[in-house]
Structure formats: structure tokens, C-alpha cells
Design a protein around this ligand. Structure first.
Ligand code: K7E
Ligand code: CUA
Length: 867
């Protein structure tokens, strides 16, 4: 084991104090290592990634969710999944696709009128300001149904889906330009740009590829389809792309893999696509000046309108010196532009090399009109050798690149699909630096801000296609495997695996967590999809039901723990719209809503308004309820939708003779309820006194909780008035119900109030020494807390002040814990045993634990006024 503790302490704290501390607990650690078969390296990897409860990650990763049509969000280095973002596919928990507004978003993705409820998501991109991630917007493409979606990082919700009007398939998207004014989206499988049938024999004449340049408004985070256009390209099967940066800003780069223009045909005796598409030694890197073409697209004479969308024909782009081809080794995959825009790295896929092009060389050839030829569509071809900076043999199947923090020194990382490796190499001096094995068949790799102009280094994530034997078997369909690699040292270090059971995440992007500032609640009554006040916004007291012809509108609210209204009666065949506003302001107080049997569901985060519309076409009684366990009275958060058939005569059931209580009995129940309420209120008042005395308002988290508690408490007044009114009218039955409601509000107040108090105690108490911390842990885990509650008498005496209660208190407590029976006869202990009808058991604690517990009790005494 040698110096593992030194190494660990360096990782953990970096001081010799830590080393001493670790050596003290090393016995325990080596026992666990032995038991679990862990090596020293394993422990170091654990220390590099483990984050104790409550800890946060340094980076946040947005990963494509592949065929699920979702995205996933996870943290680095913990690799903890934080969220699935619903994008192209319905997602019930978030209500996505089950309430009216999210149905509308999904409907934006209809292709020629057809609703599509899945997506093949590939490439996410984060918005940039001056080439650096700004944490505002996220976009992702759908390869199968060529669409792009915009996700708002203010609430991590999809806000827009845009269908590509001319492509039938797309892959090389999405790529933001350095100021997020545009998004590049390249075609994949060539097809006619119009929507008509054209025989495959006319492939060269009528099938086309292209790159769509979407205009994006980074202020509002929406694509403006009317201001966007597509550059027509030959049917070369465009692939991955990247937008130029700094030196090459304004330009775009797109790979291709079928410059042969092969059209397959196994069934007619032709070799398959895979043979025909890789016949030539080279394909083409498309180089285009999208910025110039964008300006040209404003003039109608430069564009053809296809399916209502502007397309710049190849001839126009060529005539304006805005489109060029550079040969690249056959059927490459990724192309990545260096942060300074000077180097363009193309991965070979079928070629073992990566080819590094230099922008200044390409630009010189363009400026000098120095072409080595033209392709069949008249596009100038630049000489490959003259454009190249050089090539490096990396290994089998190079796919994608990410730049490291030392990109200026040439550091770049590339995935090797066939070799199942990540290779670190130098794209400036053209040499390999290091390789590491991954499991297995890596596709993309994700560096921290690695696609921006400010790569952070530190980690690379290998997005592996196959997991094979890495995880416990779960049937023939295996999860995908993301592996976290530490790249901070000279050699790459494989840290941890994370299975992804959602779809094939092709690409992921990572951003520093400190750049994200999502909000915790919506402004009251907001429709998150417009950002505006929802037309169905309803505040407390405004709840009502409105009928307009056959359409019944319910203006309702939800708040712990009721839905208002609680009864809605409609006629069979009516259309029903529920508008619901979550009146909560407390963080994380989300309610869900569904009506049984009607296939609707909503997630109501604090402040949000949603609308749910359905046809009440089945007669009957349908409970509706809150689907989030939001509070102790969550099960009671319900109501009934009653659907009557207006053409039916209902015979009323015979009224059961129910026994009712006498007035005296009711009065007695009322008195009892009032007494319970005033006792509960006394507890609340003592908590409030404590909070005020300790200046809760100085601690924002505590302050939020207190405000929420007071919010609940403020509702009591109105209920009390109603109760008093009922008493005046002699209706004790009703008064009891209102008194019960008062009690519910008190419970909610106390629930949050006590949470606030506990938090405040920790903030104002003197800090605990490590020994006292260990003592508190031992107190909890060793069984003491089963009978003793600090500050309270429970099944055992309160231990506040216990050290002062006895002569030579510390020694006394120690002896008592180590051997309780020795003191059973002492008069004090005997008295306690009689009183509690329990004897202090021997918990078989270690001496060190007892010492720590005494330190903890000392800390308790020092802060006795807080308990
Ligand atoms: Cu899978 Cu970027 Cu679609 Cu490569 S792509 S792996
Ligand atoms: Cu609201 Cu459960």
C-alpha cells in the first residue's frame, strides 16, 4: 500500500495534516479495500471522482440521447445523471407531450403534416459569445427527421423545433457560429430538395445535398426560419461540419463520404453502398463562406425558392467565390477547427491518418484563384498537398477530435473507433504523445468546453458505442458506456464508467457549471413556452369554471395540498380545458396533475401555468390528483371530474340514514380541535422566536424557507374567520372542518419552519471540530440517537448538559457508555431507569468513538441555547 495515503491526501487536501488524518483511519480503509478487492489505483480514482452528499460538480455535460429523441444532463467528475431533457419525444414526468403547450412544441416538428414522436439526436451545441460558451442556449439536431430544436438553459426546457424544409436527412448539425447568430446544419443522405419523386437513375441531376444556415437570435433564443437559407451542394453525402473561428470566422467546413455519387442496388446485382462509396481515394471537404452567402441570400435574384425556403444554387455560390472543395482521404468522419481557427483537422475513419489543413494556406489558394481543377458541378478544387499542414498516422478508425487546454502547444485528442482508443497527439508538430484503451469502439469524445475557443482540459469523456462486458447483464440490448478520463497529467488516466440506458449518445458538450444560472421558479402564472403570462393564469381567489358552448374552462390553482376546484361536473361530449397555476413560491415544490383515464399529465413547477385540453367522451366519475409527493397531505390533493350523459335520466340512490352527532358532541369536538390548534401554535411561536432571535434573514436559504412558512401561516386568518362565523351561526360541524384546515396550515408552517430552524442552528452554531463531527456520526450510527434527542426528552433523557450533571462528568459518561451495567445501581441512573422504563444498553463502542462522542456533547453544551 506504501504511499497511497500521501497520494490520496494530495488529491483530497494537499497537506500533511491530511496525511496524518488519513493514516489514523487507514486501518478501516485497508479493510474495505481488501473486502471489495480494490487496488490503490482504484482508491485514487474514487477520490478523484467521489463527491460527498451535497457536493457539486465542476462541469455539466449535455449529451445527445440518441434514438430516444431526448437529451441527458450529467455532472463531471461524478458522472451523476441530473436530468433528461425532452426534445423530440414525449416525456410524461415533465408533462412533455401531455399538456397543451408542449403538444404545440412537438407539433412544430411535424413534417409535411405528419406528427413524429421520436428523433435520432446526434450533435448538441452550446451558444457562444465571442467563441466562448455563455450558458444560455442549447441546440440539437435530429438526423432521421431533419429538424433542429432549441433548449432554453434558463429552465432546461425545449422551446422551439424547426423542420428543415429541403433535406430528407441531416447529420452535420448543429454548429453555432462564434456569436450564435447562425447555426450550421449539413445534409446527410442526398435526395431531391423538392418534395417530388425523382428516379434514382437521375441521382446526379436531381439529388442534392447542402448546408442550411439558420439565423438565430441569441437574445430571445429562437431560430428565424424566414431569414435562413440553404447552400445547395452536390449529392456527395455531407457529413460532420464545424464553423470557422477567429482566423476562419465566417467560413464553414463540411466533410463528405460519397464523392463517387454511388447509388447502391444490391437487389439489382450491384455491390452495396459501402463498397461504392469508398471507391475513390479521396472525398471532399466543402469550404464555404456562409457569411458572404448570407448577405447574398437577401437578394431574391441570388436564390431559388424551394418549399418556401431560400436556396442558393451552386452556380451562384461559385460565381461569388464562396464555395470550394479540398480533397480529403476517403470517407472521413469528423472535422474540427482549432480554437484560433487556423487548423482544420479531418479524421480519416477509413484512413489511419488525421489530416491537418492550414487555413492560411487554403485562404491563399482561394485568394490567388489557384485551383487544381473543377468538380462536375463547376466547383473549384484546391490542391490537397498545398492546403495540408501535414498528416499523422494515429491508428485504426480515427473519428472525432477535441482540443485540450494546451491547444496552443498543439495538444489534441482523437477517438479511434476500430482500435478502441483515445490518442493524444500534437497537431502542430505532427506526432503522437499518448494512447489509452477504452471499452469499446469509441465514437465521439467530449472535452470540457472542448468545442469552444476556450478548451478547459482536465477531462475527456469517451462516448463508447459498445459496452459488451462492462456492466451487469440486462439482456441483449446493452447500455452505452461513457468513460471519464483524467487528462490533467502527462499520461491519460481512466477514472470511471457510466452506463447510459437511453439511446446512442453520439456527441456531448460540456460547460463549466459556474456558467449556468437556471432559475428555481417561474414568475407567477408564466407560460414557459412563450415566457409571457399564460392566458389561463389564475391566482388565489380567482378560481372558477366557465362554460362556452360545449367547452368547459376550469381556471384552477394548486398549492400544498389542494387543487381548487375540487369538483368539476361536465356533460359527456364536452371539451374540457383545465388551466392550472402552481401558486407555490418555495423551491422544488412541484405538483403534478392528471385526470384518470384521459391521457393527460402536467408538471407544475412553482409559478407555472399549464393548460390541459381533452374531450370528456366517457361518462363516469374520474378522480384527478397531484402526481408528485409534494407534502404530507399529498394523497389528499385530489378532486373529481364528473361526466354526465345529458340524455340520460339518473335515478337518485336511496339516501342512507346516517347517524349524526348531537350538538354537545360537536361542541366538544370543536373545543378539542381549538385546543390542539393553540398548542400547535405555541410550538410555532417558539420556533419563530428562535428564528428571529438568531437573525434568520441573514441566510438566504433559511430566509426562503421562513418566507414559505409564513406564507402558509398567513392563510390561517381567513380560515379562522370562517370558523368563527360558523360558530356564530351555531354550525359546529362546519367550524370543526375550518379548524381542521387551520391545523393543516399549521402543520405545513411547522414542517417548513422546523427545517429552517435546523438549518439555522448549523449556520449559527460554533463550528464542530473533526472529533466532534466524528462524534456526531458515531452518536447517530452507534444507536444513541435511537433514544436520545438533543434538546428534547424522548425515550431517554435529554443529553444537553449531561457532562455537568455528574462529578467528573467526562469520565462518568465515558464509563457509562463503555459499561452501562456498572452504574445501574447508582441512584440517579436507577431513577432514570424507573422513569423511562428502559435501561441504557451496551452499544459496544470503541474507545475512540466514545471520546469523539464526548467532544460532540461538549459542542452541544457550548451551543445549548440553540436546541
Ligand atoms: Cu455518431 Cu457525430 Cu452522428 Cu460520429 S456521429 S460517431
Ligand atoms: Cu401536490 Cu402532491
Amino acid at each position: 500500500m506504501g504511499n497511497i495515503f500521501d497520494k490520496l491526501s494530495k488529491i483530497l487536501i494537499g497537506t500533511t495534516v491530511a496525511a496524518t488524518f488519513l493514516t489514523a483511519s487507514s486501518g478501516e480503509l485497508s479493510k474495505i479495500m481488501k473486502k471489495r478487492g480494490l487496488t490503490e489505483t482504484d482508491i485514487i480514482h474514487a477520490a478523484k471522482t467521489y463527491t460527498p452528499t451535497g457536493g457539486r460538480d465542476e462541469f455539466i455535460v449535455f449529451s445527445s440521447g440518441g434514438q430516444s429523441g431526448h437529451m441527458l444532463v450529467y455532472g463531471v467528475p461524478t458522472m451523476r445523471i441530473l436530468k433528461y431533457i425532452a426534445v423530440f419525444t414525449p416525456e410524461p414526468w415533465q408533462g412533455y407531450g401531455y399538456d397543451d403547450d408542449t403538444k404545440k412544441i412537438l407539433a412544430e416538428g411535424k413534417i409535411r403534416g405528419k406528427q413524429i414522436t421520436w428523433g435520432d439526436t446526434h450533435h448538441p451545441a452550446l451558444s457562444e459569445t465571442n467563441g466562448k460558451y455563455d450558458g444560455k442556449w442549447l441546440v440539437i439536431n435530429d438526423k432521421a427527421n431533419p429538424r433542429i430544436a432549441v433548449i432554453d438553459l434558463n429552465d432546461f426546457v425545449t422551446k422551439q423545433i424547426v423542420v428543415n424544409p429541403v433535406f430528407k436527412s441531416e447529420h452535420g448539425g448543429s454548429f453555432f457560429t462564434p456569436n450564435s447568430k447562425h447555426i450550421l446544419e449539413a445534409c446527410q443522405y442526398a435526395a431531391p430538395l423538392d418534395n417530388n419523386y425523382h428516379p434514382i437513375e437521375e441521382y446526379k441531376e436531381t439529388y442534392r445535398g447542402g448546408v442550411t444556415v439558420w439565423s438565430f437570435d441569441p437574445k430571445i433564443g429562437r431560430i428565424d426560419a424566414n431569414d435562413s437559407f440553404t447552400i445547395e451542394l452536390p449529392p456527395y453525402m455531407q457529413d460532420l461540419s464545424d464553423s470557422g473561428k477567429e482566423a476562419s470566422a465566417g467560413w464553414g467546413f463540411t466533410n463528405s463520404f460519397n464523392s463517387e455519387m454511388y447509388t447502391g442496388g444490391i437487389e439489382v446485382g450491384m455491390p452495396p453502398f459501402e463498397a461504392g462509396c469508398s471507391r475513390n481515394d479521396t472525398d471532399y471537404l466543402h469550404v464555404y463562406n456562409w457569411e458572404k452567402l448570407y448577405k447574398l441570400s437577401k437578394d431574391p435574384k441570388n436564390v431559388k425558392i424551394i418549399n418556401g425556403h431560400k436556396v442558393i444554387p451552386i452556380e451562384v455560390a461559385v460565381k461569388n467565390d464562396a464555395l470550394f472543395l479540398v480533397p480529403e482521404p476517403k470517407s472521413p468522419h469528423g472535422v474540427d477547427v482549432s480554437p484560433d481557427g487556423e487548423y482544420i483537422v479531418v479524421c480519416g475513419k477509413l484512413d489511419t491518418h488525421a489530416s491537418v489543413y492550414k487555413w492560411s494556406k487554403i485562404k491563399k489558394l482561394i485568394d490567388n484563384h489557384e485551383y487544381s481543377g473543377k468538380d462536375p458541378y463547376g466547383i473549384p478544387i484546391l490542391d490537397m498537398k498545398k492546403a495540408l499542414h501535414g498528416q499523422v498516422e494515429l491508428g485504426l478508425g480515427p473519428l472525432h477530435n477535441q482540443f485540450g487546454a494546451k491547444w496552443k502547444d498543439g495538444v489534441i485528442y482523437t477517438s479511434l473507433y476500430v482500435d478502441s482508443q483515445v490518442v493524444k497527439w500534437d497537431y502542430k508538430n505532427l506526432k503522437v504523445l499518448d494512447k489509452i484503451n477504452v471499452h469499446y469502439n469509441i465514437g465521439h469524445l467530449c472535452g470540457m468546453e472542448g468545442k469552444s475557443e476556450d478548451p478547459q482540459g482536465k477531462y475527456i469523456i469517451a462516448l463508447n458505442k459498445l459496452a459488451i462486458d462492462r456492466f451487469d447483464p440486462v439482456g441483449p440490448l446493452h447500455p452505452q458506456n461513457h468513460q471519464l478520463i483524467d487528462i490533467s497529467g502527462k499520461k491519460m488516466d481512466m477514472l470511471v464508467d457510466m452506463p447510459i440506458p437511453l439511446g446512442e449518445p453520439h456527441q456531448a458538450v460540456a460547460i463549466r457549471a459556474s456558467k449556468l444560472h437556471p432559475e428555481v421558479r417561474y414568475k407567477m402564472g408564466t407560460n414557459p413556452f412563450t415566457g409571457n403570462s399564460h392566458p389561463g393564469k389564475t391566482l388565489a381567489g380567482q378560481e372558477h369554471i366557465e362554460r362556452k358552448g360545449n367547452h368547459v374552462y376550469v381556471y384552477g390553482t394548486v398549492v400544498r395540498s389542494h387543487i381548487n376546484p375540487e369538483r368539476v361536473t361536465v356533460n359527456k361530449g364536452d371539451t374540457v380545458t383545465f388551466y392550472l397555476t402552481n401558486l407555490e413560491r418555495a423551491e422544488d415544490e412541484t405538483h403534478g396533475f392528471t385526470v384518470d383515464d384521459y391521457n393527460v399529465h402536467a408538471s407544475l413547477e412553482p409559478g407555472k401555468t399549464v393548460s390541459l385540453t381533452f374531450k370528456a367522451d366517457n361518462e363516469g366519475v374520474f378522480p384527478y390528483y397531484c402526481t408528485e409527493f409534494c407534502s404530507a397531505l399529498h394523497l389528499e390533493m385530489m378532486g373529481y371530474l364528473m361526466v354526465k350523459d345529458p340524455n340520460k335520466k339518473y335515478v337518485s340512490a336511496q339516501k342512507l340514514k346516517m347517524k349524526s352527532m348531537s350538538k354537545e358532541q360537536l361542541k366538544a369536538e370543536y373545543d378539542k380541535t381549538v385546543a390542539v390548534n393553540s398548542a400547535t401554535d405555541a410550538v410555532i411561536q417558539s420556533v419563530v422566536k428562535f428564528l428571529k432571535a438568531n437573525h434568520y434573514e441573514k441566510y438566504p436559504v433559511v430566509k426562503n424557507l421562513v418566507e414559505d412558512a409564513l406564507d402558509q401561516y398567513s392563510k390561517i386568518k381567513e380560515q379562522k374567520e370562517k370558523s368563527d362565523e360558523a360558530v356564530k351561526a351555531g354550525d359546529y360541524e362546519k367550524a370543526v372542518l375550518f379548524e381542521n384546515m387551520i391545523w393543516q396550515y399549521m402543520v405545513k408552517t411547522a414542517d417548513v419552519g422546523i427545517r429552517a430552524k435546523d438549518l439555522l442552528v448549523r449556520k449559527v452554531a460554533t463550528p464542530q471540530s473533526p472529533a466532534a463531527q466524528a462524534g456526531e456520526r458515531a452518536f447517530g450510527e452507534g444507536g444513541c440517537s435511537g433514544c436520545h434527542v438533543i434538546g428534547k426528552v424522548s425515550s431517554g433523557p435529554d443529553l444537553t448538559g449531561v457532562l455537568q450533571r455528574h462529578e467528573n462528568g467526562e469520565q462518568w459518561v465515558k464509563d457509562f457508555i463503555m459499561n452501562p451495567a456498572s452504574k445501574y445501581k447508582e441512584p440517579y441512573v436507577k431513577g432514570m431507569i424507573d422513569y423511562f422504563n428502559l435501561r441504557m444498553p451496551n452499544q459496544h463502542m470503541k474507545e475512540q468513538e466514545v471520546k469523539d462522542i464526548i467532544e460532540y456533547l461538549k459542542w452541544v453544551d457550548k451551543n445549548a441555547n440553540l436546541f
